[in-house]
Write a protein that binds this ligand. Structure first.
Ligand SMILES: Cc1cc2nc3c(=O)[nH]c(=O)nc-3n(C[C@H](O)[C@H](O)[C@H](O)COP(=O)(O)OP(=O)(O)OC[C@H]3O[C@@H](n4cnc5c(N)ncnc54)[C@H](O)[C@@H]3O)c2cc1C
Length: 345
């Protein structure tokens, strides 16, 4: 279930090793700002022989940030990871990956939604996949749920949200640093600008939904006032950004009570939805998918090795999240956005 990096890696790797795979790929993802595939994600895709190149990919040399202080710092991907990152649009990345799954022999149904409120976990229970006007029924031995952070396909496991983070974005024109990801903290959240082929890109603000005014004009003023307090981004903007019509998407971090339940197993964001600040969502989605495939191919049918990967990785990533937010908190002591996160651990 799912056509993102996690679902497609599982479909590709298992089909290649002779497993009969049906991959149900939901409708194309909404238009979103470009995401970064860092050096580690690029290496993992290359190792699995999966094309990661896509038509509109833009190189990302590194991250220029004003985080713990107003003084900018540069994290150089080429120096630390031996290769540049890539800024990719989700839609075309998913499309490029789907080609790999088909070549590997997976039966890819697209667009195809696994209908909600079905018994995905019980062995032998049929599953209905809606493919447009028609439905297909399958009785799989294993159900791999890679439907992403917004889905709750298996009601028997509990999802715990760790925050109320939301990503808002608006068009942005910049004068320089087109080949870098720009990152900056402010008192009510943090901002980033992904690399772009030209001057036009997006300005993205991550903040907690309850901190944002609900009334439109007030909300517009609130974002403009927050942006005005930044030190790095306004100096790079070709013009003042407009906050009149913002787009938004769920960016909450969350984790599950368990990633396996009878024949059902969760991978990728379904299993562990990281804060976008980590910049490692795609990499960990791929790594988890890989860990699951290795556990399954080990032969005894047990996914215990995958479960222990997931527990270990969750602990490490949540500790890293608390540490990075602690650095930001030093810059904005007492600000609720930062206090909430540093008080967590
Ligand atoms: C604002 C924001 C910015 C981010 N920036 C970055 C970044 O720069 N770098 C990075 O590495 N990560 C980033 N991430 C995280 C990254 O997007 C995810 O970690 C990654 O896409 C997870 O891959 P996935 O395969 O688990 O899920 P997804 O990529 O979310 O894919 C889920 C798939 O499931 C399908 N689906 C959903 N429901 C069903 C259903 N019922 N039946 C069938 N299919 C279904 C969807 O259509 C989709 O194809 C960001 C996240 C956010 C929110």
């Amino acid at each position: 279930m799912g056509g993102g990096p996690a679902g497609t890696l599982v479909a590709t790797v298992l089909a290649r090793s002779g497993v009969d795979v049906i991959q149900a790929v939901g409708a194309s993802p909404n238009v979103r700002p470009r995401e970064i595939l860092g050096p580690a994600a690029r290496r993992l895709l290359a190792k699995e022989g999966m094309a990661e190149w896509e038509e509109q990919a833009v190189p990302c040399r590194g991250v220029l940030s004003a985080w713990a202080s107003a003084e900018p710092e540069f994290h150089d991907y080429e120096l630390t990871g031996c290769t540049a990152g890539l800024a990719v649009s989700r839609g075309s990345l998913h499309a490029a990956l789907a080609g790999q799954a088909i070549q590997s022999g997976a039966r890819v149904l697209e667009p195809a939604m696994v209908k909600p409120r079905q018994d995905l976990a019980r062995a032998g229970a049929p599953i209905e996949i809606s493919t447009g006007a028609e439905s297909t029924w399958v009785v799989p031995r294993t159900v791999v749920d890679a439907t992403g952070r917004q889905n709750q396909a298996n009601a028997a496991v509990t999802r715990t949200h760790l925050d109320r983070l939301m990503a808002f974005w608006t068009p942005f024109e910049r004068e320089r640093h087109q080949d870098c990801l720009l990152l900056e903290s402010s008192s009510a959240g943090w901002w980033y600008v992904p690399p772009s082929a030209g001057r036009h890109t997006d300005l993205v603000c991550l903040t907690d939904l309850d901190l944002v005014p609900t009334e439109t004009a007030e909300r517009q003023e609130w974002f403009a006032a927050q942006f005005a307090t930044c030190t790095l981004l306004p100096g790079i903007a070709a013009a003042n950004p407009s906050f009149a019509s913002l787009h938004g998407t769920d960016a909450r971090s969350s984790t599950l009570s368990s990633v396996t339940h009878d024949r059902w197993v969760a991978v990728g964001d379904t299993a562990l939805a990281l804060d976008p600040l980590s910049g490692k969502g795609a990499y960990l989605a791929l790594s988890g998918a890989n860990a699951f495939c290795s556990a399954l191919r080990a032969g005894d049918g047990s996914t215990a090795a995958y479960e222990s990967w997931w527990r270990r990785t969750s602990d490490q990533e949540l500790a890293a999240r608390a540490a990075v937010y602690s650095d930001g908190y030093k810059r904005f002591p007492g600000a609720p956005f930062w206090q909430r996160r540093t008080a967590m651990k």
